[in-house]
Structures are given as structure tokens and as C-alpha cells.
Design a protein around this ligand. Sequence first.
Ligand code: SF4
Length: 440
Amino acid sequence: MEIIDSIQLRQSSDISLLETMERRYRSIPMEAIIKQDVLRQGINFSKESLTTELDYKTKDYFIFSFDHMPLSEMKKGEDKKAPEEIKLRGGHFNLQSTVISTRNNENSPYIVRLKSNIPHLFLQETDLGSLEFPPIPSWYRHKTSSGKLPGEIAPVIEWGYLIYLTVFRNCQYFGKEEECAFCDINHNYRQQKNAGRPYTGVKDIEDILEVLSWINEEDSIAKVYTITGGSVLTTLKKKKEVDFYLEYPTAIEAKFPGKWMGKLVSQAFEKEDCLRFKDAGIKVYHPNYEVWDKNLFEKICPGKSSWIGRETWIRRIVDSAEVFGPSYVIPNFVGGVELSEPYGFKTVKEAVKSTSEGLEFFMSKGIMPRFTAWCPEPYTTLGTQAGPPLDYFCELLTSWKEIFEKYNLPVPPGYGEAGVGKAVFSVSAFMDVIGYKERA
Ligand code: SF4
């Protein structure tokens, strides 16, 4: 089978594509290949699969929409009933348990149907395995004294492992001239409000502490929390960006010292600001650089580029390693956005070469770049697009693993267990490939 180099049309998925990838990419597990393809295509839930008697945790829309379609076009109940994640096992490839984030797409070739009343994932007519949906934490039954639901204030993802605290659900990089071109945080906020869903813009620390007190008492699965939200360029609640975000880990660590590992996903800050977060109890720092190529960074992250600049952003990432320790600095990039129209690379080869340069740059310093799989969401500057072919993700995972192994890096902290059958990180397969031995 030919490697698809043109990205004008979304590469379709079928069993023959998956089997070709299985033969071609032997250093990554089949579970990782399928996970990337399901993320790339999204999931089409049949109506019957969303009307079962099963109890499970549905999508909390914890930051972005991560859907290929607007909420208003979901006619089968996906907006309210789609599970946060699926856990796939067995089937045609005899897969070990694989946790995959849900991205609704009614045009996806990956379809969830019921078989003997159990949800299964099908690719066309081939059964890829049975599915579990995530359990609802017991503490989701409570309401805060201000009347808020726990899933809105402190949802869990990654099969319950990560408490995701998007404390500011907008971004002050606003409009096409400033917003990152792949990001729908502001648009998702609007669509959630328009749909009449409870969706708090700036979270109250007291609400968060109240939910955390139930997690503290009732939960044994959550091990990590993430503080994140949009960038603050002026002030928010009369505070500058660092002061605003710092309040949250400070309050959490004062009330529950060391109970969970604290992570911060934010802009790249200067070292003295990083020290303040470290002193407040943050262990893992994610100053996301989004895309490595200089020209693409300017085009795809226009706000970050003009307010901070790529060189400064990268220098701050490197400096922050002195504060947190290199392997505790885990900057994310959006895997596949370097192939986006109109500015992106035209071939998989160029895209992976460029992104691998970035991996080499950071990993040679012991810093741990990781990626999420780009979801071409409709309400973004880039809009709905074909997105990269599966070859891209297989090449990227192979390259990530090779460089990770070359520098003998440790398992990234704050992601739970690594390896096929164990990883819970659900928006890319970088944790699933760690430790995998080449198949014969
Ligand atoms: S900085 Fe970019 S990716 Fe982050 S929330 Fe703002 S627009 Fe989105």
C-alpha cells in the first residue's frame, strides 16, 4: 500500500490499512496504531449504544470540545450520552486493554454497536473488540454548596486517574489574529453556554476545595491534578496571570498537602515565576510549544508568537528544567497540526522530520516532550480538515520512541503506568509504546 502524501482528503480507514500498518511499523504495538486511528477519525456511536441501561461517566467537556462536529448537530444523544473514553480489548487483533478518548464524529468509520447488549467497536463490519465505558466516581453524586456539579468543577479523565481543573475556560488570545489556530476553547465555552449546559468560566477555589474533599474521602483512583486554562494577557479577577493561577495550587496544597501530584499546563513562564509554582507544590510543568517549525509556530500560534515569541518560549522551557528537573518539564505539541492547510507541510516525511528535530532538541536535554493527536474541530481557525493520514502517527510514534530510548529517559511522571495494556493517557498513544519490544 502506498503511503498517502497528499492531505487534501481524509485518508479512509479499513482493515487492510490497519494490517498494512501492523506489518510496516513493528516497533510500536497494534494497540497504539488503532488508538491513533480512532483518535484521528473520531467515533460514531449508534443510537442504540447510547440508550443502554449501563451507568458510565459521560464526556465532561473538560477544556476543548475534542469533537469533529458541533454539539448542535448531535442528533443521537452524543452530546449528553457519549462516554468520556472507551476501553477496547480483544477483537480482530486480539488487543490488550486500550483507553481512547471520545471524539464524536458521525462520519467516522469506527462505529460503536451493541453485540449481545455489550458495546463493541466496529471498523466497517469487522469487530475490533468489546468496550467498557468509564465508571462514574461515587463522589459525582454530590453537589457543592453553591449548587455546582463535581463533573463541572473537578472532572476526572484518564479512567479516573487525573483530576482536570480548567480554572479559566476562556483564553485572552482572542480571534483569528491571536488564538492558536487549532484551539476551540473560546468557541467551546460559547457552544456549551448556548446549549444551556452549566459551564463555569472562572472556577471558584472554594468549589474546587469542596469537590476535592469528597475525592480525598471517597476516591482511590485519582493520583494527579492538573491546573490549567486559557492565557491571561491583562488581568483576570484583578490579578496578573501568574498570581491568578498560583492561587489554586497554593490553596489545594495548603488543605491537602502532597495528596495528589500537582501539574500545571500554562504559558512558558520565566524561571522566577516557575519557582513560585514549584514552591506552591507543582511538580510537573507543561509549557506547551504546540508546533516545532518556526514558520508554523508564527502562523498557527499567532498570539503566543507576538506576545512571547518562539525563541523566548523555547528558552523558558529549557530554563524551567532547572526548577522542576528536566523530566518533570513535559511540553506538549499538537501531533499532526504541522500538516494542516494552508500553511503546513505537504508531506508526512517533512512533517515528521521537523517534529523530530524538536523531540531531539528537548530530549537531548532530558526534557520530555509529549503530544496529543490534533482533532480538527469545526469552530477553530483551521476548521474541519482532512487531517494527517495514519502513516504520520505511526512515523511520529516510532520517532518519539526511538529518541526517548536513545536518551534513556525515565517514564514520564504524572501519567500512571506505561506500556501496552496499562496506559491510561487517552489523547495519544505515547504512553502505550513505552517498553514495547519489536514484533517478529
Ligand atoms: S494559548 Fe492557545 S491553545 Fe492555549 S487556550 Fe489560548 S488559544 Fe488555546
